[in-house]
Structures are given as C-alpha cells and as structure tokens.
Design a protein around this ligand. Structure first.
Ligand SMILES: Cc1cc2nc3c(=O)[nH]c(=O)nc-3n(C[C@H](O)[C@H](O)[C@H](O)COP(=O)(O)OP(=O)(O)OC[C@H]3O[C@@H](n4cnc5c(N)ncnc54)[C@H](O)[C@@H]3O)c2cc1C
Length: 355
C-alpha cells in the first residue's frame, strides 16, 4: 500500500511517524522547500499539560512522557521555566490522571501567586514542569526518525488538484505530474490551513475546519525586568507572555477567521496588542516591539482535532484542525493516529461527527 501525505508540518510528520513502522510505502508531498514553514515554525511553542478539554487533557499529559523519552537520547527539548495559568476552565482530569499514574506528579499544578514588578501580582495555577518547547529541534528529531523509517519526502511539490469519485483516483503535483492511486492506496490530508480547500476546490465535502489568524510579538527592553517571570498565560485576560532569548514573546490572543493562505500581518493589531500589554503589564512601558508576525491556527468547530477516514471518500484520511495546541499534543497523539488509521476506530476526532 502507498500512503500519500499532503503537508510536512507537525501533523504530517507525526502521522508519517505513526504509520512508518508498518510495511507501507509512505510519501510526503510538501509545497515548500523545508518542513514546517507555516504554523509549525511560527507558533509560541508553549507546552502545557494543563488542559480543560477532557480528550486533549490526556493526550497533552501523554506528550510530556514522550518528550521526556526523546530527551533521554536527544538532549533537552522542554525548558521547564514553569507556566503560570489563570484558567477560564479547570482541568478536572488532573487529579484522576495523577491517581492513575502516581509517578506523573511532575506535571501537577499548584495554586500560586506570582509577584510582578511595580507591586503587582496575579493568582492562579503554577506548573513547574511545563514551559517552552524547542519546536525546531523536535521537528528535526522527528524528521530524522521518519527518514530512518524509510519515508520519502518530496519538497517543492504542491498538490494542485485531485481527481475524485467515491475515492481519490489521482492527484496532480505542481500542475504537471499526475500520480495515480492503486486500489489500496490512501491519501492523507495534513495540509494545515489549506486542508479543507484542497477538497472543496473539487466540490467535495470537507469537515468544518476553519483557519484563524493570530499575531505574535517579540518585545525587547533596554534593561532587564527586576524579577524573572515564568510563562504567564492568563485566559481571563486573553493574554500570554513568555521569556524568549533577549526579550519576551507575547500575544493578545487575537483570532479572526481568514483565508487559508492569508499569512499577512495586520498593522492594526499592533495598537490592540500594545493596549492590552500596557493595561495588564504596565512595567513593560520601556519595551519596544522588535518583530511581529501573523500565523494561522486551524480549528474544527468543536476545537477537537479531525483525525480519521472521510465519510464519503473511502481512501481519504484527515489529520487536520490541530488548532492552538498542535506542538503540545504532537508526541502524545501518535498512538491515537496509528489506532484510528489501522483499526478504523471511531473517536471524538472522527470527521463524520460533523455530518
Ligand atoms: C500564532 C500561533 C501560536 C501558536 N502557539 C502554540 C503554542 O504555544 N503551543 C502549541 O502547542 N501550539 C501552538 N500553536 C499551534 C501549532 O503551531 C499548530 O497546531 C500546528 O503547527 C499545526 O500543524 P499542521 O501540520 O497542521 O499545519 P502546518 O504547520 O501549517 O503544516 C501544513 C503543511 O502543509 C503544506 N501544504 C499545504 N497545502 C499543500 C499542498 N496543496 N501541497 C503540498 N503541501 C501543502 C504547507 O506548506 C505546510 O507545510 C500556535 C499556532 C499559531 C499560528
């Protein structure tokens, strides 16, 4: 069987890893010249195991263990600066999870008050073992693994059209190379923000996976803050900020539905960001924006990933809608992908939940 995967972002890479231990021929088609050039390399890289969504909660915690395993051979990936969260919704799965896996106590949260400069403080939950993930190192480690497992990766290869009936019959690469699928072949759609449009171009059904734009800002100051701060993620203020070499990376958590290829930043968001930053954290008044960019988070309507066989096209498998947690869940979701693919399991991730 040939398994064709569209997209070499974190979703395509982890899918290739999940399926590459079997005896199948796996081929990734990526339109850019390098892996992960969109959401996978332009995100905030915050790794948090505290997750209110019951399904994602377990997977995020599982990811922590997988990251620890990788670190044993590959060196540090997670900096564990600690995350302070002021949550909107609680992770009711933390206590049962810790009861079931007592040696997981490293990922437990504790109530804490954080003192900030200027006599300010905030209260919430603190996770000492969470922090910032080295996403570039993670991608290169996973790429090495899939190459070692025999996966072929074709860069500069955009899938420009599909020929479909009740199955995908063929697809075209760079508008000139036609690849015909054999009877058992599977086509996997891991095209990030482009995933639905790849099918809709062809008037085919696609799950409601909607691209949303978000901006990130790197700020720098002439003098360091008088206290060191961990990653601060206030869901109530809709704002996060974290230390980054030479400054801080922050977002006012804007999100606007957008076209799949609209990666342009919007200068209007600069004012919105500065207003939010200085309102919540006035001690950054001497800081300046050194760089900012926009990138796209792609969500299904219920904010769960979409992983499973298409309900109408039987050789099409979706790995899409990884939203705002894709880097965190990547290592923990590999076994789920394998089970759903090989056992055709129906799960809360199945695309057919939308029909
Ligand atoms: C601003 C921002 C902040 C974020 N912060 C965090 C965070 O702190 N923590 C966290 O865990 N997650 C975070 N995320 C989420 C995370 O980055 C995403 O969930 C994840 O990267 C999605 O991966 P993907 O592989 O689905 O998409 P992508 O990385 O976009 O990959 C899709 C790939 O498909 C390719 N492609 C598309 N169409 C075609 C085609 N027709 N032919 C060939 N190739 C094609 C693209 O070139 C691309 O390489 C953030 C995301 C954003 C945007």
């Amino acid at each position: 069987m040939n398994i064709h995967i569209t997209g070499c972002g974190i979703a395509g890479i982890t899918t290739a890893l999940a399926l590459s231990e079997s005896n199948n021929n796996i081929i990734i088609w990526e339109k850019e010249k390098l892996p992960g050039m969109y959401a996978t390399s332009k995100n905030a890289a915050i790794f948090r195991t505290y997750e209110s969504d019951p399904t994602l909660s377990f997977i995020a915690k599982q990811s922590y263990y997988e990251i620890e395993k990788i670190e044993k051979t590959e060196g540090p990936l997670l900096n564990k600066t600690g995350i302070f969260i002021d949550p909107m919704e609680y992770d009711y799965h933390e206590t049962p999870y810790l009861k079931k896996f007592p040696d997981a106590s490293a990922i437990s949260s504790e109530k804490k008050r954080i003192e900030l400069p200027g006599g300010k403080s905030i209260e919430g939950l603190y996770l000492a073992s969470n922090g910032v993930l080295d996403t570039h190192a993670l991608v290169s480690i996973l790429m090495k693994k899939i190459i070692a497992n025999g996966v072929t990766i074709n860069f500069n290869s955009e899938i420009t059209s599909l020929e479909t009936d009740q199955k995908i019959i063929s697809f075209t690469v760079n508008s000139n190379q036609i690849i015909n699928l054999n009877d058992n072949d599977i086509f996997i759609n891991a095209a990030g923000s482009w995933a639905p449009s790849l099918l809709k171009k062809n008037q085919q059904w696609a799950p409601p996976v909607i691209p949303h734009k978000r901006h990130l800002f790197f700020i720098k100051g002439a003098t360091p803050l008088p206290v060191s701060i961990p990653v601060i993620w206030s869901e109530k203020q809709d704002f996060y900020i974290r230390p980054e070499t030479g400054g801080f990376l922050a977002s006012h958590c804007d999100q606007k539905a957008c076209n799949p290829d609209d990666y342009n930043s919007d200068p209007k968001e600069v004012n919105n960001f500065l207003n939010a930053l200085l309102y919540h954290y006035p001690f950054f008044e001497d800081y300046r924006i050194a760089k900012y960019w926009a990138c796209i988070r792609t969500f299904a309507l219920d904010h769960h990933p979409v992983i499973g066989y298409d309900p109408f096209i039987n050789n099409l498998f979706w790995v899409s809608g990884w939203g705002g947690r894709g880097m965190t869940i990547a290592t923990g979701i590999i076994n789920n992908i394998k089970d759903i693919f090989f056992k055709n399991l129906k799960t809360p991730f199945s695309p057919e939940r939308f029909i």
